[in-house]
Design a protein around this ligand. Sequence first.
Ligand code: C5P
Length: 278
Amino acid sequence: MIGSKTEPVQAGTSKADGRGLHTGRDRLVFPLDVASLDEARALVTLLRDEVGVFKVGLELFTSAGPDAVRLVHDAGAQCFLDLKLHDIGETVARSVATCARMGVRFLTVHAANGSRALTRAVALTRDTDTMLLAVTVLTSLEDADLAELGLAGSTAVAVERLAHLAVGAGLSGLVCSPHECAPLRAALGARADGGPLLMVPGVRPSGAAANDQKRVATPTDAMRSGADYLVVGRPIRDAANPPAAARTIAREIEAALLSPPLSATGDPHEATRMKRPV
Ligand code: C5P
């Protein structure tokens, strides 16, 4: 069933609003975008008290393998294994099953695997704690790139089409840019109503450098647009005091989660967020 896996409430989770919402820390994801286990260990040690989820991507996984996942779990955090799997159905299925056995909380696959392969992958995670997230169109691709690939329509249209495909196949959520959150919420529904979990990179605290992220948003705006988890890397890594920078972002996430309902703000996602399951 779509979005049927809910995120367990972790130790230290705020009950302040009586709804059992997660803390901002639980929803802050830090990417371990480094090449060695030693560098990853240093970052996890530095940030484990401030960040609930660490993302292991292709660079670290191709260099350190499952040890990188174990490092995150040993620190008491959740692991987002961002492998963006895309292959024939059999290979994707076997890889998804292996990742689920490692106990990762989130795992990415490309929506472009197609619904048959996605449905098969979902079935393999059913009795596990792993939530499958779909990558639709990489944010590095523009409309002209899709045309070059022979795909008709804009990236926005392709994102929505692939998001429907992934959610229809039973995936738990999507990775999307902050600016895709509102259209995806409008198309696929609020999280509280069984809509997909939205994992959102491209977030920059006010005043921070955009780096190579083209379409950025502040943590508040991203959460208000319907994001569930924010992936924030360089603004934390490159800060003078990384733990303090992470704490500030976590507080901002928490404030957005507790912000007033739709009628007060005019934000179409407020009302649903207040009912978000935990
Ligand atoms: O440093 P920064 O906050 O830009 O970190 C971005 C992280 O999010 C990187 O790990 C990157 O791979 C990932 N990401 C992204 N854009 C996407 C999907 C993932 O920047 N569309």
